[in-house]
Design a binder for this molecule. Structure first.
Ligand code: ZN
Length: 243
């Protein structure tokens, strides 16, 4: 079966002694797939540059019995500005690892792909603080994957004025209530969380936040992610080691 789809390359592996490259791609039509790229490591092969990590490309694929084969790849966007700065590159690689875990497999992943492309676009143009891009990308990916926190009311009494968040339970609490693992939330961070969770996709990056609220938001979202997925990420550790 042959198909054409747009995809972001989220992982590449070169195998010693072979001319092919193995990639993991977040595709619009088939979600996360693994594929080999014919002749990608040979000099002057145009498929080579279009199937590098962080390339957004139009892929022509054959679906074999067990795996996909990239027959042709045309680069659409390369994100040079992200590749050129280590901290941005580290965060982008974390987004890729996260998408590899959270995005659908062999099912359409239009919003996940657009989310990552938006995040890379904002990283490239420096128009949003990196921690804010990180929190939005993490929380939207989690929501899409079925990990949606309940951030409207206190989980114990229904008041909407909430001051803490439980990463394990994914719930917010008022001044009177809480959970053993709860972390503090500012009013700004709570409002931002509600926006990221409930806003239509087109609006999810469209807000600004003071730095102190951003730090609170980032801590809450990252702890939520690690608690819900019950695992760590090497790319996340590396990103933190640079800051
Ligand atoms: Zn309460």
């Amino acid at each position: 079966m042959k198909l054409t789809t747009d995809a972001l390359i989220i992982r590449e592996t070169n195998t010693v002694g072979e001319s092919d490259r193995f990639v993991t791609a977040l595709t619009r039509d088939c979600g996360v797939i693994r594929a080999s790229v014919r002749g990608a490591r040979q000099l002057k092969n145009r498929n080579g540059s279009a199937t590098q990590l962080l390339c957004y490309s139009r892929l022509s694929l054959y679906k074999g019995r067990e795996k996909y084969i990239v027959d042709d790849a045309e680069p659409l966007q390369v994100f040079f500005e992200v590749r050129g700065q280590l901290e941005k590159l580290a965060l982008a690689q974390y987004f890729c690892e996260l998408a590899g875990v959270l995005a659908p497999v062999e099912e359409p992943a239009e919003e996940e792909l657009r989310l990552l492309l938006n995040a890379l676009h904002y990283l490239a143009e420096d128009s949003r603080p990196m921690p804010l891009i990180k929190a939005i990308t993490e929380l939207r990916l989690l929501c899409r994957a079925g990990y949606m926190p309940a951030v409207v009311n206190c989980a114990a009494c229904d008041t909407q004025v909430c001051v803490r968040f439980s990463p394990l339970r994914g719930e917010v609490y008022c001044e009177e209530h809480g959970a053993p693992d709860a972390v503090p939330l500012t009013a700004g961070a709570l409002q931002a969380m509600r926006h990221i969770v409930y806003a239509p996709f087109e609006k999810c990056f469209a807000f600004s936040l003071p730095q102190t609220d951003t730090e609170v938001l980032c801590t809450a979202v990252e702890r939520f992610l690690l608690a819900q997925l019950n695992r760590g990420f090497h790319t996340l550790d590396f990103y933190h080691s640079l800051r």
